[in-house]
Design a protein around this ligand. Structure first.
Ligand code: ADE
Length: 230
């Protein structure tokens, strides 16, 4: 999978050289390229923003650098039609199902906005080049799309076959089956007056599986009842 990120703070993404995603990049499973939006400006000051029409606080990102970037990256990859994601608190909420859907794409472009946002016409223009998705990490406001983009890249990237060593570990996770994950324990079996639940030491696989299922349901009921009513 190819992922192009456009940002005015490309160094945010340095952390994606670490851990499993770093390995996936080295092995070529994940072709992640981070670009500086200012490389597509044409003035001496590499300006990416301007004042909003109609007035109001803050600055708006100018459309032309975005169009130049999107034109070049869609042309260069050769993929049929890329998926173009703009992280935005005004978008659809990013869920595990969103990650699963996006993990199937050949080419994703993520455009990270800053300031008060991006000129609205950029989204219309992007829709002529690919499938546009405005995606929110959750109901809170970040300073820009970068942190949201990193979270999405990690959630999507780990679902690409070969990125996570043991694919079974992907199945038994929170949100994979709509429930939160069951609790885990390791040695020692007694630690600071706290014991590991007996059933886990019993060797009875059926009993363990049913205990884990109950724990999942109970946790989901108490912590995230919204997941059960959806
Ligand atoms: N940019 C600012 N806030 C955001 C959010 N909650 N999700 C995605 N992108 C954002």
């Amino acid at each position: 999978m190819r992922v192009d990120v456009i940002s005015i703070f490309p160094s945010y993404f340095d952390g994606l050289a670490l851990s499993l995603l770093g390995k996936a990049r080295e092995s070529g499973i994940l072709d992640l390229r981070v670009h500086d939006l200012r490389d597509w400006t044409s003035d001496r000051h590499r300006t990416v923003d301007d004042t909003p029409y109609g007035g109001g606080a803050g600055m708006v990102m100018k459309p032309e650098p975005w169009a130049q970037a999107l034109d070049e990256l869609t042309r260069e990859s050769g993929a049929a039609r890329p998926t173009i994601i703009f992280p935005s608190p005004a978008g659809e909420v990013f869920r595990q199902a969103t990650a699963r859907d996006l993990a199937e794409r050949e080419h994703i472009i993520i455009g990270c906005g800053r300031y008060e946002g991006i000129d609205e016409r950029v989204f219309e223009y992007a829709a002529t080049l690919g499938e546009v998705r405005l995606v929110s990490l959750g109901d809170y406001v970040l300073n820009g799309g970068e942190v949201a983009a990193m979270a999405m890249i990690e959630a999507i990237g780990r679902l690409i076959p070969g990125v996570v060593g043991n694919p079974e570990s992907l199945v038994e996770e929170s949100h994979e089956d709509g429930l939160l994950e069951y609790p885990s324990y390791t040695k020692p079996s007694a630690w600071r007056e706290r014991a590991v639940p007996d059933v886990l030491l019993s060797g009875n696989h059926a009993a363990i599986a049913s205990w884990r299922r109950e724990q999942q349901l109970e946790r989901t009921r108490t912590r995230r009842p919204d997941l059960l009513s959806d």
